[in-house]
Design a protein. Structure first.
Length: 538
């Protein structure tokens, strides 16, 4: 048995030795045929440019960018006036990596496509990149409408002389005006037969292509209004006016009429020249009978010196003082400049009333100190629609940190909050700077304690807002947010309070020109492209 085991082991090792020997021979013979290790790949063609992107700047300029691959000495870029067909090439340029991003000026309001190919002196051209299609915005060759070119019943529009243009279309009215050869040569045309205090939009055409769009508002027609001058007693003029009258205020300082003035009728108080507004030192008190009140093209400053040479600062530019459960119509503040008031911007004064609408549009409001009141303060009233648009707010509700918009409901004794009424709040295209700016107190943009409420915040710039938030009040509904920008305003995008829950907000530095002097012109191209903030600044 031992002999057999030894023979078995011997045969096993002999067999293994033969196998290893055979494998070694095979490996050595194969090794002679293994090519050298490849330590560098060689390609015959340039890599195709990747991640081609297009951003439309200034309405008609395509800003084209791409990812560099490192092997192209230059690129051929093609722009075609179609949607990825590349059958109508309108521009072919040879560019280099130093041109990235590359800008191409195009015609407005048209669909284009762009693609690129990489080229090299030593390699074959790359394949064409994936095409990208985009549409330019309607171009605008109109110059800004000068204040002196606008009148009550006419306006003159201007554009580069000898441009290729044919017609104007004026709205409202959809009126087509064919341009004369002289008007085209001069680059100017005057439109007559307009109505005072009306906003017009005019499009400039080359046949069917829009080449410009201009909007302007005609001035008050003094022939159909009551003229008022700085030496007049404004309170007496208002008291003697009839319901629905229009008061046309000429430029100047109305210090002689300073103080509180009651408005108890429908009336429009408007500056004759919006570019040279009358300066008022008043607190308008809205009383019963004031169904529809318009304050327009005014400069309101709450600080003045009284007849005894004592300095005075008024509480509010607008305050309500009505009987209980009065029903009012609308209040409109348009193109009003407000500066230096102690308490609130608009306050219900503790009055119980219902109003269908308060509109604040195209206003600039600065230095409202909010001593003892919130910025827009509604405690017992019902404002059906509060709309704040195209306006700027600077150093408001900061000196005495208070809420921006406050609406108390039923839990605070407001009998209008009965489950059937819903206040609707819209803040859109506004610039807020240094508002509720406190590091020690958390205030709210919306402090709304109604059982039902609707809130929208859209295309606003909120900058240097301290610890403030949208709201930390449980009754305040989640605002519908879209394209807002928050800079030094972290409370609006984070934390446990109501915040912007959209996917469109940004946190860019607006690049304000000079906030210290009230110049909030923005330099950030992304905010300009998305039309964020008060339109006067972009």
């Amino acid at each position: 048995m031992l002999t057999n085991n030894l023979n078995f082991m011997k045969n096993k090792y002999i067999t293994l030795a033969l196998i290893f020997g055979l494998l070694s021979t095979i490996f050595m013979s194969c090794q002679d045929n293994i090519p050298a290790v490849i330590d560098q790949l060689t390609f015959e063609r340039v890599f195709t440019p990747l991640n081609l992107q297009v951003k439309v700047r200034d309405k008609t300029t395509a800003e084209i960018s791409w990812d560099e691959r490192g092997d192209a000495s230059s690129y051929i870029l093609q722009v075609s006036q179609d949607s990825l067909d590349f059958s109508d090439i309108v521009e072919t340029d040879t560019i280099t990596s130093s041109d990235n991003p590359y800008s191409v000026d195009l015609i407005g309001n048209l669909r284009y496509s762009v693609r690129m190919v990489g080229i090299s002196d030593s390699l074959s051209n790359s394949k064409w990149s994936d095409g990208v299609t985009f549409k330019t915005l309607p171009e605008n060759i109109f110059y800004a409408v000068a204040d002196t070119d606008i009148h009550a019943t006419s306006a003159t529009l201007r554009w580069p002389a000898k441009s290729k243009v044919t017609d104007l279309v004026v709205n409202p009215g959809d009126t087509k005006v064919s341009l004369t050869a002289q008007e085209i040569a001069n680059g100017a045309a005057t439109i007559s037969g307009l109505t005072g205090r009306t906003t017009y939009t005019v499009k400039l055409y080359k046949d069917t292509i829009v080449r410009g769009t201009a909007s302007f508002t005609t001035y008050v027609d003094v022939a159909n209004a009551t003229p008022v001058h700085p030496g007049d007693d404004l309170a007496t003029v208002i008291a003697n006016a009839g319901s629905g009258d229009v008061l046309a205020l000429y430029p100047g300082d109305y210090s002689a009429s300073a103080g509180n003035i009651t408005i108890d009728k429908s009336i429009t108080i408007v500056g004759v020249y919006p570019f040279n507004k009358p300066l008022l030192h008043n607190q308008f008190v809205i009383a019963d009978g004031a169904q529809d009140v318009v304050l327009e093209a005014l400069d309101m400053n709450g600080a003045y010196t009284d007849a005894t040479d004592m300095p005075v600062t008024l509480d509010e530019p607008v305050q309500y003082n009505t009987t209980d459960f009065a029903t009012l119509g609308t209040l409109t503040l348009r193109n009003v400049t407000v500066d230096t008031y102690n308490k609130s911007f608009i306050s219900d004064g503790g009055s119980q009333f219902e109003t269908s609408s308060i509109l604040v549009d195209n206003c600039v409001v600065s230095n409202v100190y909010n001593s003892g009141g919130d910025f827009i303060d509604s405690r017992k009233s019902f404002i059906q629609n509060l709309t704040v648009t195209n306006s700027t707010f600077n150093n408001c509700a900061t000196v005495n940190t208070r809420d921006f918009i406050r609406m108390d409901g039923g839990t605070k004794g407001n009998s209008y909050d009965d489950g059937t009424n819903t206040p609707v709040i819209v803040v859109s295209h506004c610039t807020l700077y240094d508002v509720m700016n406190s590091s020690s107190s958390t205030k709210r943009m919306f402090y709304v304690r109604w059982s039902m409420n609707e809130i929208t915040s859209s295309h606003n710039i909120l900058s240097d807002m301290g610890n403030s938030v949208y709201s930390n009040q449980s009754a305040t509904t989640q605002p519908v947010c879209d394209y807002n920008n928050y800079f030094n305003a972290d409370g609006y995008i984070s934390g446990d309070n109501l915040s912007d829950n959209s996917n469109t907000y940004t946190t860019e530095d607006p690049g304000f020109k000079n906030p210290a002097t009230g110049d909030f012109t923005i330099s950030n191209p992304a905010l300009i492209d998305n039309q964020v903030g008060d339109p006067r600044w972009y």
